[in-house]
Ligand binder design. Structure first.
Ligand code: AMP
Ligand code: GLY
Length: 440
């Protein structure tokens, strides 16, 4: 079978690499792919991103299965387009992808279906938003309502920061994110302002076939740019699986209180959910779980360590997941070891990443250490940087501490100008005295 992966980041490189391991696969195409997928002879890049052009290409090339990595094509309706032409594709429809693409949609949805999340209000009028934060006080969280590539959330520790975030997002619309929320459906910026939650975050991902659901292995990422969770928010600077914070009790609660009611709620609302569903969890010290956000895709970089641990044939998993009720008897087999990935980012990331730096010293793939590419491209026989997050060095070892060692040992051999990375990936899983082993 020919398989297509839509996207060009580290998550998509990991998906394509895992799919290529299956003996059911003839060729894995990646659209548009990156410099890493270009290097693997089992994978082929396809330079198409337009949704209709992709569908036409998939028909011409007899693609038997398509899986979508990022939220952009999902929000643009790629699943609707493929399905309308009888193509098998795994992902949510455009309507279902609103769980991620619109904060106001997902917050209203959670409130309507009693899914635990932070208290909130949505605003299009800056004056009303300013008055609301004055009334609520700081810390408080201001979120742009729309896809903003991880830049649309300000956790304001002071009222001044909250007011500045409102002006930035609403008054000046600096993110350029708009919504059809104005009079007569006119496009205007909108923000969601919500209660600040304390606790530890985890990434909880499942596969849904529209009826049944299967959880992926647990994981945790590191959103801030700098060590000790300092500096600006990013798409994620590193991740590992399993995440010890997701104890069996937390896992059961997340399924019972968040995932299952969400799928049932979507069904009730007439928008049945298919695809990966990612709930960003905030877990408080008592083990109560709240939803920070939904993503309608797998996480990046969480996918890289998660798929490194997947032992079940990924093609079988996705074929089952694209049948209504196909996941009913699916059990996923995970490597007991821990996988941990460290992101190597470009100079200037996250605000203004520099492109075009030549990457040296990329190691050959190994069973216990894979370098997944994200913002890279092939250029005159070299691999150069082409985006913010460049590589994710992902290692598999007995426990979190050992996996961290293997990943960090591989990094000094890799060089590009301006390379930046965190030194402390996995610190929450490697508490003093712990061996970093736990969970599923
Ligand atoms: P989001 O894109 O909504 O997940 O937000 C990005 C990051 O902002 C999250 O990973 C959290 O670290 C932080 N954040 C978002 N919402 C809240 C909240 N209500 N309370 C505390 N931190 C939050
Ligand atoms: N790493 C967080 C995300 O993919 O949204």
């Amino acid at each position: 079978m020919n398989v297509l992966v839509i996207g060009g980041g580290g998550r998509e490189h990991a998906m394509a690499w895992k799919l290529a391991e299956s003996d059911k696969v003839q060729m894995v195409y990646v659209a548009p792919g990156n410099g890493g997928t270009a290097l693997d002879s089992r994978l082929k890049n396809v330079p198409i991103t337009d949704v209709v052009a992709l569908r036409e290409w998939a028909q011409e090339n007899k693609i038997g299965l398509t899986v979508v990595g990022p939220e952009g094509p999902l929000a643009a309706g790629v699943v609707d387009e493929f399905r309308a032409h009888g193509l098998r594709i795994f992902g949510p429809t455009k309507a279902a992808a609103q769980l991620e693409s619109s904060k106001a949609f997902s917050k209203a949805f959670m409130q309507r279906h009693n899914i635990p999340t932070a208290a909130y209000e949505a605003f299009t009028d800056p004056k009303a938003a300013h008055a609301y934060v004055d009334r609520m006080g700081a810390p408080i969280v201001v979120k742009a309502d729309g896809l903003a590539a991880g830049k649309g959330v300000v956790v304001a520790l002071t009222l001044d920061e909250a007011h500045a975030a409102i002006d930035f997002m609403l008054l000046d619309n600096k993110l350029g994110v708009v919504h059809n929320a104005g009079e007569g459906g006119q496009a205007v910026p909108r923000v969601v302002i919500e209660e600040f939650l304390e606790g530890e975050e985890a990434s909880f991902m499942v596969l849904c076939d529209g009826k049944d659901v299967v959880a992926l292995a647990t994981s945790q990422d590191h959103k801030r740019l700098l060590d000790d969770d300092q500096g600006p928010n990013t798409g994620g600077m590193g991740a590992y699986s399993p995440a010890p914070v997701v104890t069996p009790q937390v896992h059961a609660r997340a399924m019972r209180e968040i995932i299952l009611p969400t799928l049932k709620g979507m069904e009730q609302d007439g928008i049945p959910y298919t695809g990966f569903l990612y709930a960003g969890l905030m877990i408080d010290p008592q083990g109560q779980v709240k939803t920070l956000e939904f993503n309608c895709r797998m996480g990046d970089p969480e996918t890289q360590p998660i798929l490194m641990r997947l032992k079940t044939d990924f093609v079988d998993v996705l074929l089952a997941a694209t049948e209504h009720g196909g996941l009913a008897n699916m059990e996923l087999d995970w490597d007991r070891r821990t996988a941990l990935g460290v992101v190597l980012a470009a100079f200037g990331y996250p605000s203004t990443p520099r492109k075009g730096d030549v990457i040296h010293g990329l190691p050959a793939p190994q069973e216990t250490c894979m370098v997944f590419h994200a913002g890279t491209e092939a250029c005159d026989g070299a691999t150069v940087t082409s985006g913010g997050r460049v590589l994710c060095v992902t290692a598999l070892a007995e426990n979190a501490k050992a996996a961290r060692q293997v990943a960090y040992d591989a990094i000094p051999g890799i060089r590009f100008d301006g390379m930046q990375y965190r030194q402390d990936i996995g610190h929450r899983a490697i508490k003093p005295g712990a061996d970093g082993k736990a969970g599923r």
